[in-house]
Design a protein around this ligand. Sequence first.
Ligand code: ATP
Length: 516
Amino acid sequence: MAISQDDLFKKLVAHSKEYGFIFPSSEIYENGLAAVYDYGPYGVELKNNIKEYWWRAMTQMHENIVGIDSAIFMHPTTWKASGHVDAFNDPLVDNKDSKKRYRADVLIEDALSKIEDKIRKEVEKAAKRFENFDEAMFRTTNTRVVEYQQKIDAYETRLGNAMKSNDMADLKAIIEELECTCEVSGSRNWTDVRQFNLMFNTQLGNVAGEEGKLYLRPETAQGIFVNFLNVQKSTRQKIPFGIAQIGKAFRNEIVARQFIFRMREFEQMEMQFFVRPGTQVEWYNYWKEARLKWHKMVNPQEKLRYKDHDNLAHYADAAVDIQFEFPFGFKELEGIHSRTDFDLNSHQKYSGKKLQYFDPELNESYVPYVVETSVGCDRMFLATLSNAFQEEAVPDANGEEASRTVLKLHPALAPVKCAILPLLKNKEELTAKATEVFNQLKIHVKCQYDEKDAIGRRYRRQDAIGTPYCVAIDFETLENDTVTIRDRDTMLQERVKIADLPGIILAKTNMAQLLS
Ligand code: ATP
């Protein structure tokens, strides 16, 4: 059953709440806190499995990558050295009538995508009019389309330059030229564009004023950089080696929408790989490929693509995003950045402490170069969930046409691996046997026991949370110690011995399937 992307997204958000994956934060108070979300009972299981897949792929599959868990609070000078105090800004603009705040670059990009819509409409119209329609030719020869495209290209270049040179006046000029309007007031009454720092800050209790100002980390990477020598010395790593970390990050995002795609509190899975200067291109290419492979084990190749950065951050000499096709289009899922020796050098300068590595092969000391891989755990969650979410036409128990909602999650990531279902609730022999099977299995994998409602409805409930296998205990079980296993995706059932169950379920749901 085909559903539009818009509908899919709405259904996904509703499904996430109804089935205990994601709840809006503190929702009982005026619909909650914008752009902050809580993970429910199934959500936390799925999220933990995603983290485990990443953690093992990094630290277990690479002998030269080790993990850390650094604190959220860091010495405030860290953020001066990293450039976040001075350069971690978004340009914002307010509509004077509605008081609604926008990110200037997003407002401009939205206006440009409206021009792109016009092109698309022209193309659709022409495609209907002409037989053997050649879209590429039409796009390069139709005067109106060419003019639209030139306009988009020119403004994109100007936007890129204005962002790079912090030219707030030009951003305002572009907003006026493109006649951007506020979606709430409908007016074009804008304030000047100004820079807004994305770091949240708080205050130490025992130190007053600027001195006691602390930041909530906007990325986990700096906790890795400042610990570079601690880790290298305590684990006697030789370059090249990596440090991996999963942890919370905080950004005071101005435009926070699209569910868990852009949140103010989120989780990152970052790995910094320290290499010999001059070898960074080779390692950048290695990690670019390795990271796409990791994603392709879970999500289909056609929904993943690379997007090179047009504007490089102050610390990078190369950067690429792995984008995923979310229900609202292709967007960044992971960033791979060649960060040069910027961070370590800068921490050396600000701290006055050496952050160098003595290379025994070269017999010299140097500040290593760094290749970073950084993926948002929540974005990975959203990508995986939206790809898994499907509505299918299936016959019901009487053979009538019906539908089911199913999460076709990879079995290793599914929140519950196996549901144990006695055929009937009020037959003591069946429920006792089912409890026995449940107790045997639960020491191996995350299981769920369910005896409420007809078995068909219980299968649907498990489909809706993505449980890959359902084990039914019926009257034959009582005779010969066999059960049926139902496969979530094919809905086919197979009869197996109870004694073989742990082996079968473990083999099918083990993380090794993703790692191999
Ligand atoms: P964007 O351009 O979408 O704001 P970014 O380029 O600022 O993202 P990075 O600083 O490269 O993002 O952060 C690394 C990863 O962290 C991103 O690829 C994304 O998956 C995740 N991430 C960043 N900001 C957020 C956020 N506000 N909410 C959820 N995940 C985020």
